[in-house]
Design a protein around this ligand. Structure first.
Ligand code: ADP
Ligand code: MG
Ligand code: MG
Length: 205
């Protein structure tokens, strides 16, 4: 049994709850090496996603992902909105018109999401961005079930986010700090890990 549009909506509700729960943490991370708005940006964006999903009932996974994308792009300013928006848009295109996503489709969607972020932001692994969480997650996203696959992806994203601490930022606002960006976790890498953990927890239910 694959992941339906309804399952995706459940996962997005869990993601929104996690972002709300970690709003202050993300603000604090961004205050140190950015402008302190990442938690606010993400919380506003995911709350808008919930409102959009309540008002519309997309009946395919692709339509759900597209609604998330357009909402994040229109409601979230800063770097993260367009980057996450592009990620969800590419994921939407990747899953085509499938009614249910099988594990292989999830891997494709995650791969496409990473491709979108890289196409838009031009960050490479090691630049201290969300790519440092998503890139290892995509490489770890294997398994016979969605539960297994997403658990592996979430764990890899968490390790990747932790590994941004010593890095010097080469993209985004944190790069303005140069060497002084070292010693702090990248907020976008942290939010990527939080989103994947929320998806993994829903898949494990
Ligand atoms: P802003 O920096 O405009 O205030 P946010 O604070 O919401 O936007 O998001 C900051 C996060 O965006 C960073 O922590 C980083 O992970 C991510 N980011 C910034 N620029 C890029 C980029 N070019 N490629 C990938 N991710 C990026
Ligand atoms: Mg910011
Ligand atoms: Mg900002």
């Amino acid at each position: 049994m694959g992941c339906t549009a309804n399952d995706l909506v459940t996962a997005l509700k869990a993601a929104a709850a996690t972002i709300e729960e970690h709003r202050v943490e993300l603000i604090q991370l961004d205050r140190v090496i950015g402008d302190g708005d990442h938690g606010e940006n993400m919380d506003r964006g995911f709350k808008a996603v919930l409102t959009a999903l309540d008002a519309n009932t997309p009946d395919t996974p692709a339509a759900v992902l597209k609604l998330v994308a357009t909402t994040l792009i229109s409601k979230v300013g800063g770097a993260a909105g367009p980057l996450y928006g592009t990620a969800f848009l590419r994921a939407s295109t990747a899953v085509k018109d499938r009614a249910e996503l099988e594990p292989a489709d999830l891997t494709e969607a995650l791969t496409a999401a990473l491709g979108g972020i890289v196409a838009r932001g031009k960050a490479e692994p090691g630049d201290k961005t969300m790519v440092d969480a998503l890139d290892p997650a995509v490489r770890a996203a294997k398994g016979d079930t969605a539960t297994e696959l997403l658990a592996a992806a979430a764990a890899a994203a968490e390790t990747g986010a932790d590994a941004t601490v010593p890095l010097v930022a080469r993209k985004g606002r944190a790069s303005y700090l140069g060497e002084r960006s070292a010693g702090h976790m990248d907020p976008g890498a942290r939010s990527t890990a939080l989103l994947l953990r929320a998806f993994a927890e829903v898949a494990a239910r």
